[in-house]
Design a protein around this ligand. Sequence first.
Ligand SMILES: Cc1cc2nc3c(=O)[nH]c(=O)nc-3n(C[C@H](O)[C@H](O)[C@H](O)COP(=O)(O)OP(=O)(O)OC[C@H]3O[C@@H](n4cnc5c(N)ncnc54)[C@H](O)[C@@H]3O)c2cc1C
Ligand code: SF4
Length: 520
Amino acid sequence: MTDHYDVIIIGTGAGGGTLTYKLAGSGKRILLLERGDFLPREKENWDATNVFAKNKYTTMEHWYDNKGNHFQPGQHYYVGGNTKFFGAVLFRMRREDFGEIKHYGGISPAWPLTYDDMEPYYTEAEKVYHVRGVRGEDPTEPPTNSPYPYPAINHEPRIQMLADAIQSTGLQPFHLPMGVRLNEGMRYKSLCIRCETCDGFPCLVNAKSDAHIMCVNPALEHSNVTLLTNTKVTKLETDANGGMVTRVVAERDGQTETFSADIVVVSAGAINSSVLLLKSANEKHPDGLANGSGVVGRHYMAHHNTAFIALSGVLNDTIFQKTLGINDFYLNNNDWGFPMGHIQMLGKSTHDLLKAEVGAPALRFSYEWVAKHAIDFWLTTEDLPHPDNRVTLHRDGGITINYQITNGEAHKRLIQRLKDLLHKIHCDDKVCYCNDHIFPDKLFLDRAIPLAGVAHQCGTVRFGHDPKTYALDVNCKAHDLDNLDLVDASFFVSSGAVNPSLTIMANAQRVGDHLLERMS
Ligand SMILES: Cc1cc2nc3c(=O)[nH]c(=O)nc-3n(C[C@H](O)[C@H](O)[C@H](O)COP(=O)(O)OP(=O)(O)OC[C@H]3O[C@@H](n4cnc5c(N)ncnc54)[C@H](O)[C@@H]3O)c2cc1C
Ligand code: SF4
């Protein structure tokens, strides 16, 4: 006998977790299906060797590139999804990102809605996720009347020195919008202890604003919300006409179980959601569910990301480094005439982290010396949606990702701009002396091979007006089915160059409103 619910939500990450929170108070019977478990709280959460060298919390799945070579993706299956490990930078996309943008590498297409449509939901998501920041510093900040719910996290002295030096060149560095619950005024009351194991690590003290802590836990306080962990959805079945999802098939503790609901929401992450739709092909949907347009799995994007370490003559004893951002190269208002992207600080490299992530031959100095002198940056450039950049099913039932670089020149230039900037702020008195030195792209997210860095995956089931070219309508309901919706990062039409989570969270709130309307 199949259990019936008002809504089934598949996946508990940024999209699914936020949607559950939004719907929890409605009294509707909601079933949340999550393939992972709760992340164990243990000392290893904060141990670089376990987290990065041993990949203790990363899936052991092997995925394939277009040549059939396999790799271990930087993908996490837990309640809260990838947000359990995220760096907690919570950006709004820029107003311009919602329109068409001409890049050196091609066109970044317009979204079917505007920034103004999304603005109230960004404000709501910032509140739910306790975002800390300061308005008016970031030169590309989109307009809003709402202040950040909490004040920005202060720079530690070495990063303040860097911010001052960058500002002295005429650029406008700003405080990153962050979802960590740090009370700097009353540290004795603060959930967050301002530690060095945040970016890429889970938070042992539950102070990071991840989807598990901020949304799933509070939603579960409502008796109408049920969560089943270790429950991997393997197929969605439809009625004979193919217009409705009638059964959600899942593997749980080695058994097959089935569930049904008036509305089924897929939020398994951009890659896994497209895989689930492709695997659910049937007579009425021969190319995969919701895939009359043929776009499911296509237009995969994940950003061009580079971890960049500058070695400074001045000791960098910063603990929590992820406080500063630079967006002066984000738009096309520069001497090159094209957007280059966004720069933010990375979590501070430590001796352990370097040992786990960077082979000794790559370093000219000892781990200890580098850790004490490194200033770490993360550079992101928009990658453009290309139909052949694509998630497909491998013949062994696994996942293949075919990805060719788009807009690579812009990323090269962004790296060069940062190098030029660091040269410019070079001072002979060694106050802010920096020798730029880039380690291989393996750091953090771009671990073994760049394709494995799937943290910013998006775009595989994009939304838009025309059912011939978009799988989802503007409210993220499948064009081809009456009761199937998606709220993870798969709906993105273009990727912008800021971190994606706040946009996923805001969109989940927006879709939540539409679902409440449909169910009323
Ligand atoms: C190390 C790291 C750092 C990051 N830093 C940032 C940052 O600073 N800022 C930012 O904005 N973003 C950051 N990101 C990206 C961010 O985490 C993702 O963009 C976001 O979590 C995506 O949300 P989602 O809902 O699309 O998918 P996810 O959060 O991945 O959620 C998908 C969920 O679905 C579950 N699932 C998958 N398949 C199935 C299935 N078949 N059945 C049932 N459940 C399933 C998964 O276990 C998971 O819980 C980072 C990511 C990583 C890995
Ligand atoms: S810095 Fe704060 S939020 Fe981040 S892991 Fe440490 S205690 Fe948790």
